[in-house]
Design a protein around this ligand. Structure first.
Ligand SMILES: *[C@@H]1O[C@H](CO)[C@@H](O)[C@H](O)[C@H]1NC(C)=O
Ligand SMILES: *[C@@H]1O[C@H](CO)[C@@H](O)[C@H](O)[C@H]1NC(C)=O
Ligand SMILES: *[C@@H]1O[C@H](CO)[C@@H](O)[C@H](O)[C@H]1NC(C)=O
Ligand SMILES: *[C@@H]1O[C@H](CO)[C@@H](O)[C@H](O)[C@H]1NC(C)=O
Ligand SMILES: *[C@@H]1O[C@H](CO)[C@@H](O)[C@H](O)[C@H]1NC(C)=O
Ligand SMILES: *[C@@H]1O[C@H](CO)[C@@H](O)[C@H](O)[C@H]1NC(C)=O
Ligand SMILES: *[C@@H]1O[C@H](CO)[C@@H](O)[C@H](O)[C@H]1NC(C)=O
Ligand SMILES: *[C@@H]1O[C@H](CO)[C@@H](O)[C@H](O)[C@H]1NC(C)=O
Ligand SMILES: *[C@@H]1O[C@H](CO)[C@@H](O)[C@H](O)[C@H]1NC(C)=O
Ligand SMILES: *[C@@H]1O[C@H](CO)[C@@H](O)[C@H](O)[C@H]1NC(C)=O
Length: 778
C-alpha cells in the first residue's frame, strides 16, 4: 500500500516560488506601450545576454514583483535556485544588458540596475540615482534612460546614459557617459540600446542614433513615428506607425528578410535574430538566424523578449511563459517558471484606439482586481485583428477586452463560414465530414430502393456460410440464446426478437434487420472505428437511442466458435459499471456476431489529447483520470471472475455524453490466477502512461520527439523534481499547479520498473479521488 500522507503534503520545489509574498506598495505609470524587450528594449519581460543570460518578468500577482530564471543546465543548481533574485523592489518596466538588467522602480520612477549573476546591489551611478525616468534601455555595456516621472503626463524627455563595466574580478561598476551636444539637446519618446550605440524616437520625428558604433548602422534620416523599435548587437529594426512593413538597418546577416506584408505590434532582438508579435493573430514571427520550425505555433502572445539564443513570451490565453530557441543555440535549459506574468506595462489614462485594457478578472483570482500596484492604472495591449487558423473572431475588441477567438468547430452560421471555410484544421474536416455523412444518411433513408438493394446485398451472401454451420449448433441461426429458427425465415427478416436471453434485463436481443436499418446497412459512413476483429458503427435505433454496434468480421467469425461467443457474452453480461462502456445487447442471427454497446458521443480520450477533438481543461482531465482508474478498479476487483484489461491506452478510454470516462475493449479471455496478477500490474503500468499523456498532451510514442517514448522522456524529469517541465502548455494552466505535480508523482508510482513496487489500481483510484476533491483553482 501507499503512504498517502507522505505523498500528499510533499512540497514541490517550484510551487514554493510561485507566489512568494513580496513586500511593497505603490505605483507606476507609463505612456509608451513597448511590450517587447530584447537586447536593449524595455517591456514587462526582458533578458540579459551573454554567458549569464537571465530572463526577468513582472509577475501577475498585482504586486509587480520581478521573477527571474536562467540557464538551468547547471545541474549543481536546483531548479528553484535559478529563480533569482527574490528581493528586488517592484518594477514598472525592465530592460536587459550584457550580464546585468535594469528596471524602473514602480514606486519611485528611479532607475535600478543589477548584476544578473545574482547580486542585487544597485549599479546606477550616484549622480543619476535620484532622477526619475519613464523609459530605460540597457545595451551591452551601457544604459540610456529618458527622464520624466513615470507618473507624469509627459511623453517626452531628455536622455541620460551610463556605462557599466565588468572588471577582471567579475565585479560590475558604472560611470556616467556623456552624450554629444546634438543628442543631449533632443527630447525622446522611446529608446533602445545595442553594442556601443543607442537609438531613440525623437520629437522632431524619425530615429536618431548615437554612440561610437552608431554610424555603422546607417539609419537614414527619416520622419514619422515608430510603434516599436528593437536593437540587436549590430542592427536595429523598427515598425513605422503608418506602414505595415518592418525596417532594419545595420549588419544585414542579423536580419535577412524581415517579414513583409505582416504588421507587427512589438519587436525583440537576440544576438543574431529578431522576433515580433503579429498584429492580426498575435502569433510570433522571427527572422535572421532562426529556424522557424521552433517558433510556438497556434498561441498568441502579448509580450516577448530575447536573450542571445532564446526568446520567451507571455501567452495571451493564460499569461503563461513560453520560450523558444534560435538556430545554433548552445545546450541551454531555459525552462521558464510557472508563475503568471504581466502582459504589459501599467499606464494611466485611456488605452486609445486599437488597444484594450487587460481585465484581471480573467485570471479568476477573487482577490486580484488589478495587476498594477495602483488600482487606477491599467495595462493596455494592442487588439488582435484576426484569429489564428482554425479559429474565428466571435466578438470584436472593446475598451475592456481583446477580440475573442472561437474554435471553428463551434462555428454555427454564415458569420464565420468564410473564415472557417478556408481552414483545413482537423476539427473542421471532422465536422464537415460529419455533416456530409448526415446528408448521406438522409438521402439514403429516403430512397427506399437504395435500402432494399443494401439489404439484399448483405443478406444473400450470408445464406451460404450460415447454411454450412447448420449442423453445428442451432443457436446461431438466430439471436444467441433464443430458440433455433428456420433459416429461410431469418432471411425474410420477419423473426420476432427472441424472448430468452443470456443475461435478462441487461442484454437485449436485437434483430439483424433492425441493426442493419440502424446502421444504414453497416455502411462506411456510419463507421466509428475498425479493429482487427471487425468494425464499430454508430447506429440510431427506431426509438431514437444512439448505440455503438460492433460487428465481427468474417475472419473472426470463422476463427471463433459459437461457444466462445457465448462465453464472451457471459463475461460482458457480468460487467455493468458507470465507468465502463456497457453492453446493451447483441445479435447472433445469420452467423453474425454483433454486440451493441452504449454510444459514447464524445469519442476517445486519445482524440481529445492528440487528435482533432476539443482540448480538455485541467479539472476535466483530472476527473477523467479518476474515472478511468475507477473503471479499471471495477474490472480488477469487483467483477467475478476478475478481469485484466490487457490493452489500457488513451484510445480505449471513451467519453460519454457527460464527458465521463468509460473503459472499453477489455480482454474477454479468462487468464490463470498468476497471469491475472501479472496482467493487472501491466494494466497499472499502461494506466501510468495514460496519466502522462493526460498531463503532458504528448502521445505515448511519438517518433517526432526525442526520446520517442513518453516514459523515457517524462520519468527522468519527474524523478529529478522537474515535473513542471512536462505539463501541457497548450491549455491554460491552473493558478496552483500543485495538483498537476502530484498527478506526475502518481504517474511515477504506476510506472515503477519493478511491477511488485507498483501500487494496485484501487490505490490509484483513491489517490486520484483525493486529487479531484482537493480541487483545481483555475
Ligand atoms: C548553460 O549552462 C551550461 C552549464 O553550466 C553551459 O555549458 C552552457 O554554455 C550554458 N549556456 C549558455 C547559453 O549560457
Ligand atoms: C553551477 O552553479 C554553482 C552554484 O551556483 C556554481 O558554483 C558553479 O560554478 C556553476 N557551474 C557552472 C558550470 O556554471
Ligand atoms: C517604495 O518601496 C520601498 C520598499 O521597497 C519603501 O521602503 C518605500 O517607502 C516606498 N516608497 C514610497 C514613496 O512609497
Ligand atoms: C551636430 O549637428 C551639426 C549640425 O546638424 C553637425 O554639423 C555636427 O556634425 C553634429 N555633431 C555630431 C557630433 O554629430
Ligand atoms: C562596437 O562594435 C565592435 C564590434 O561589434 C565591438 O567590438 C565594440 O566593443 C563596440 N563598441 C562599444 C563601445 O561597445
Ligand atoms: C549584406 O550587405 C553586404 C555588404 O554591405 C552585401 O554585399 C550583401 O549583399 C548584403 N546581403 C543581403 C542579404 O542583403
Ligand atoms: C530546424 O529545426 C528542426 C527541429 O529541431 C530540425 O529538424 C531542422 O533540421 C532545423 N532546420 C535548420 C535549417 O536548422
Ligand atoms: C484571418 O485569418 C485567416 C487565417 O487564419 C485568413 O484566412 C483570413 O483571410 C484573415 N482575415 C483577415 C480579415 O485578415
Ligand atoms: C472585467 O470582467 C468582469 C467579468 O467578465 C466584468 O464583470 C467587469 O466589468 C470587467 N471589468 C472591466 C473594467 O471591464
Ligand atoms: C451567428 O451565431 C452566433 C452565435 O454562435 C451569433 O452570436 C450571431 O449573431 C450569429 N450571426 C448571424 C448572422 O446569424
Amino acid at each position: 500500500m501507499i503512504n498517502f500522507p507522505k505523498l500528499f503534503p510533499s512540497l514541490f520545489p517550484l510551487s514554493k516560488f510561485c507566489f512568494l509574498p513580496f513586500l511593497l506598495s505603490l505605483v507606476s505609470l507609463l505612456f509608451l506601450l513597448d511590450l517587447a524587450s530584447g537586447i536593449g528594449s524595455m517591456g514587462p519581460i526582458s533578458a540579459s545576454y551573454g554567458q549569464n543570460g537571465v530572463f526577468c518578468a513582472i509577475d501577475a500577482s498585482g504586486r509587480q514583483e520581478v521573477i527571474c530564471w536562467g540557464n538551468k543546465t547547471n545541474t549543481s543548481v536546483s531548479t528553484s535556485a535559478s529563480l533569482y533574485p527574490a528581493d528586488l523592489p517592484p518594477m514598472a518596466a525592465l530592460s536587459g544588458g550584457a550580464g546585468f538588467l535594469c528596471g524602473i522602480v514602480a514606486n519611485t520612477s528611479q532607475a535600478y540596475c543589477w548584476d544578473s549573476k545574482g547580486s542585487n546591489s544597485d549599479l546606477v551611478p550616484p549622480s543619476y540615482k535620484t532622477n526619475s525616468y519613464f523609459h530605460i534601455a540597457a545595451g551591452t555595456t551601457h544604459v540610456c534612460a529618458i527622464r520624466g516621472s513615470y507618473y507624469s503626463e509627459s511623453h517626452w524627455g531628455s536622455v541620460d546614459c551610463w556605462d557599466i563595466f565588468r572588471h577582471s574580478n567579475d565585479y560590475l561598476s558604472s560611470n556616467p557617459s556623456y552624450l554629444d551636444q546634438n543628442v543631449s539637446t533632443l527630447v525622446f519618446q522611446k529608446v533602445v540600446s545595442g553594442n556601443g550605440f543607442s537609438c531613440g524616437v525623437a520629437r522632431q520625428g524619425g530615429i536618431v542614433c548615437w554612440g561610437p558604433n552608431s554610424s555603422r548602422l546607417g539609419v537614414p534620416v527619416t520622419q514619422g513615428n515608430f510603434v516599436s523599435l528593437a536593437a540587436g548587437f549590430d542592427s536595429v529594426c523598427a515598425v513605422p506607425e503608418n506602414s505595415g512593413g518592418t525596417k532594419c538597418w545595420g549588419f544585414n546577416s542579423s536580419f535577412v528578410t524581415p517579414p513583409s506584408g505582416i504588421r507587427l505590434v512589438s519587436l525583440t532582438a537576440g544576438a543574431r535574430h529578431f522576433c515580433g508579435i503579429r498584429e492580426d493573430d498575435h502569433g510570433i514571427e522571427c527572422w535572421g538566424n532562426f529556424n522557424s520550425s521552433l517558433i510556438p505555433k497556434g498561441s498568441g502572445f502579448l509580450a516577448i523578449a530575447s536573450s542571445d539564443y532564446v526568446s520567451c513570451g507571455i501567452r495571451e490565453a493564460d499569461l503563461v511563459l513560453d520560450c523558444w530557441f534560435a538556430s545554433g543555440s548552445p545546450p541551454i535549459d531555459y525552462d521558464p517558471p510557472l508563475q503568471l506574468c504581466s502582459p504589459g506595462l501599467c499606464t494611466s489614462g485611456s488605452c486609445g484606439e486599437g488597444k484594450f485594457a487587460f481585465n484581471a478578472s480573467f485570471l479568476s483570482e477573487p482577490d486580484l482586481t488589478s495587476l498594477c500596484l495602483r488600482k487606477d492604472l491599467k495595462i493596455c495591449s494592442p487588439c488582435g485583428s484576426n484569429c489564428s487558423e482554425g479559429y474565428f473572431p466571435s466578438s470584436p475588441c472593446t475598451e475592456n477586452a481583446d477580440r475573442v477567438c472561437t474554435a471553428c468547430t463551434l462555428c454555427q452560421n454564415s458569420s464565420c463560414w468564410d473564415v472557417c471555410g478556408m481552414q483545413s484544421s482537423p476539427e473542421f474536416k471532422h465536422q464537415h465530414l460529419h455533416q456530409f455523412h448526415q446528408l448521406l444518411i438522409i438521402i439514403g433513408s429516403s430512397v427506399a430502393g437504395f435500402l432494399l438493394i443494401l439489404v439484399a446485398w448483405y443478406l444473400l451472401p450470408r445464406v451460404l456460410p450460415t447454411k454450412n454451420k447448420e449442423g453445428k449448433k442451432g443457436t446461431f441461426a438466430c439471436c444467441f440464446g433464443a430458440k433455433p429458427q428456420p433459416e429461410v425465415e431469418a432471411v425474410s427478416d420477419v423473426i420476432p426478437p427472441a424472448a430468452i436471453v443470456q443475461c435478462p434485463g441487461i442484454a437485449q436481443v436485437f434483430r439483424l434487420s433492425e441493426l442493419k436499418d440502424a446502421t444504414n446497412g453497416f455502411k462506411e459512413f456510419n463507421e466509428l472505428g475498425r479493429g482487427s476483429n471487425g468494425f464499430v458503427y454508430k447506429a440510431v435505433l427506431p426509438d431514437g437511442r444512439q448505440v455503438a454496434v460492433k460487428r465481427a468480421n468474417a475472419a473472426t467469425i470463422i476463427q471463433t466458435n459459437s461457444r466462445e461467443f457465448e462465453m464472451e457474452l457471459e463475461v460482458l453480461c457480468s460487467v455493468r459499471n458507470g465507468n465502463i462502456v456497457n453492453l446493451l445487447g447483441y445479435c447472433a442471427e445469420m452467423g453474425e456476431r454483433i454486440l451493441v454497446y452504449e454510444y459514447m458521443p464524445h469519442g476517445t480520450l486519445h482524440d481529445h489529447l492528440h487528435g482533432g477533438l476539443a482540448p480538455l481543461n485541467w479539472p476535466l482531465r483530472l476527473k477523467i483520470a479518476m474515472q478511468a482508474a475507477k473503471g479499471l478498479e471495477y474490472l480488477h476487483n469487483e467483477v467475478v471472475p476478475p478481469i485484466a484489461h490487457r490493452d489500457v491506452k488513451s484510445s480505449k478510454i471513451l467519453l460519454d455524453a457527460d464527458m465521463g470516462a468509460r473503459i472499453t475493449d477489455f480482454s474477454l479471455i479468462a487468464p490463470s490466477e498468476s497471469d491475472l496478477n501479472q496482467d493487472k500490474r501491466a494494466d497499472v503500468y499502461n494506466f501510468g502512461i495514460v496519466l502522462l499523456e493526460i498531463l503532458s498532451g504528448r502521445k505515448a510514442h511519438d517518433t517526432e520527439c526525442d526520446p520517442p517514448s513518453i516514459v523515457d522522456w517524462a520519468l527522468p524529469l519527474i524523478r529529478h523534481g522537474k515535473a513542471a517541465a512536462i505539463i501541457d502548455r497548450y491549455i491554460a494552466l491552473p493558478r496552483n499547479v500543485e495538483p498537476l505535480l502530484k498527478l506526475a508523482d502518481i504517474a511515477e508510482l504506476a510506472l515503477r520498473e519493478d511491477p511488485s513496487r507498483r501500487p494496485i489500481i484501487s490505490d490509484f483510484a483513491l489517490m486520484l479521488e483525493l486529487l479531484v476533491k482537493e480541487g483545481l483553482i483555475l
